[in-house]
Design a protein around this ligand. Structure first.
Ligand SMILES: Cc1cc2nc3c(=O)[nH]c(=O)nc-3n(C[C@H](O)[C@H](O)[C@H](O)COP(=O)(O)OP(=O)(O)OC[C@H]3O[C@@H](n4cnc5c(N)ncnc54)[C@H](O)[C@@H]3O)c2cc1C
Length: 384
């Protein structure tokens, strides 16, 4: 991911330099959305790198997208405000119809349309996606009527389109557990106030996340992506991309923490010498660095497997696990290195510490990654 992408790295760094810590701190206090930052990324074409050139994007692969997300995090910014456009793209590209691509992709690439929301998680099913209860039922006109509730649907207030996973057949009716779920593109400009209600959830980070309620929301039949009942498989395909991109964000975070801690350890004098002279300070930084570089190799490997069209489930999951654990260790190390000053908002350490913690839980909890590896990679018995 290094030489080939050095120009993208440099350009993203330049853009991010215009959005320093003060910018993020102010938004964090106000729990406000980084509109200008997202707009700048969109105008520069970074959020549409995965869209093929024929639809107005730059037609690059997951490695380029990972490099962009990593650089955003490494510069102290927060890509959480806009990363979903990249995650959701694979589902639309791989399974969307020609008409859907024509309708949405050029607008997304041009920054006129935002597809930043992804509605999967529900309050009662949580990680157990196959138990989700939101229904999409065909009415007499052939349109779909949506009823149910999603939770943690992030950026929905800052998006025009939402990728929604809903049940089109009851659990009892399906042959395979993975059947009966379908993916829809919901145009929220039409849906809001007509059966779609959004309630923001205030959280420990500035993530614009919400609860979404569907009450007899009618969406056109053409909103369906691919075949009815096959949605879980489509979403699974996209999840590998999501995991690789999140892993790259974690690598960026970890590198930010390591640089921040190294600089501080070189500058801070206590007992008449730099604190970095103490091995008690040096070793955790060196350890965080090694763990991050090792995790990064898995991220690069996963991106390569994915890009070459291979089955990347194992690699994508392992990359996400290793990178989120590495960024969390680096975050804790950076807090410890800064001592009391870690708690002062002006250093940004406490903000990034809170932000990077998310990725051990979302988009998939690391426990579930361990279960996946145990069962699908090692052949251990299914645990749930
Ligand atoms: C800030 C934020 C933003 C999010 N954004 C989105 C979004 O945009 N769209 C979306 O659809 N979702 C989103 N999510 C949801 C996120 O993907 C889920 O929170 C995550 O998948 C975990 O699900 P849960 O919270 O329901 O945990 P639960 O499923 O209730 O699990 C709770 C704990 O139990 C553990 N656990 C459960 N089952 C097992 C098992 N069998 N073995 C071992 N451990 C187990 C889990 O690992 C977890 O640690 C977001 C979440 C947050 C916090």
């Amino acid at each position: 991911m290094t030489d080939e992408y050095s120009e993208i790295r440099e350009q993203v760094q330049k853009l991010c330099a215009q959005y320093p810590g003060e910018y993020w701190r102010k938004l964090d206090v106000e729990r406000a959305y980084p509109t200008e930052f997202v707009q700048a990324l969109t105008e520069a074409g970074y959020l549409s790198v995965l869209i093929p050139e024929e639809w107005g994007g730059s037609g690059l692969g997951i490695t380029a997208a990972s490099v962009i997300m990593e650089e955003i995090q490494k510069s102290g910014c927060n890509g959480g405000a806009c990363h979903a456009q990249m995650y959701t793209m694979g589902t639309v590209l791989r399974h969307g119809s020609h008409e859907q691509k024509q309708k949405y992709l050029p607008g997304i690439a041009a920054g006129e349309l935002r597809m930043q929301a992804f509605g999967v998680t529900e309050p009662t099913s949580g990680t157990d996606t196959l138990s989700l209860r939101t229904t999409a039922t065909k009415n007499a006109q052939g349109d779909y009527v949506i009823n149910g509730q999603k939770i943690w649907t992030s950026r929905v207030e800052h998006s025009d389109l939402m990728l929604l996973l809903a049940r089109t057949q009851s659990k009892e009716e399906v042959e395979k557990r993975t059947d009966g779920l379908s993916v829809f593109i919901v145009d929220m400009r039409e849906a809001l106030g007509n059966g779609l209600e959004i309630k923001p959830i205030r959280t420990m980070i500035n993530h614009a996340t919400t609860e979404v309620f569907f009450d007899e929301l009618v969406i056109p039949a053409e909103s369906l992506v691919g075949e009815e009942g096959k949605g879980f498989r489509y979403i699974l395909d996209g999840m590998n991309a999501e995991r690789i991109l999140i892993a790259a964000e974690c690598i960026g975070d970890a590198r930010w923490f390591i640089k921040k801690a190294t600089d501080y350890a070189n500058d801070r004098y206590v007992f008449g010498r730099e604190i970095g002279k103490n091995q008690g300070i040096q070793f955790p930084i060196a350890e965080a660095h090694m763990q991050t570089e090792a995790a990064n190799l898995m991220v690069e490997h996963a991106a390569r497997v994915f890009e070459n069209g291979g089955r990347a489930g194992a690699e994508a999951n392992m990359a996400k696990y290793l990178a989120s654990e590495a960024s969390w260790k680096a975050a804790d190390m950076c807090m410890q290195t800064h001592g009391g000053f870690a708690f002062a908002e002006e250093y940004d350490v406490e903000r990034k510490f809170r932000e990077t913690r998310l990725y051990r839980i979302a988009p998939i909890s690391n426990n579930l990654v361990l279960s996946f590896v145990a069962e699908h990679v090692l052949g251990l018995p299914k645990s749930y």
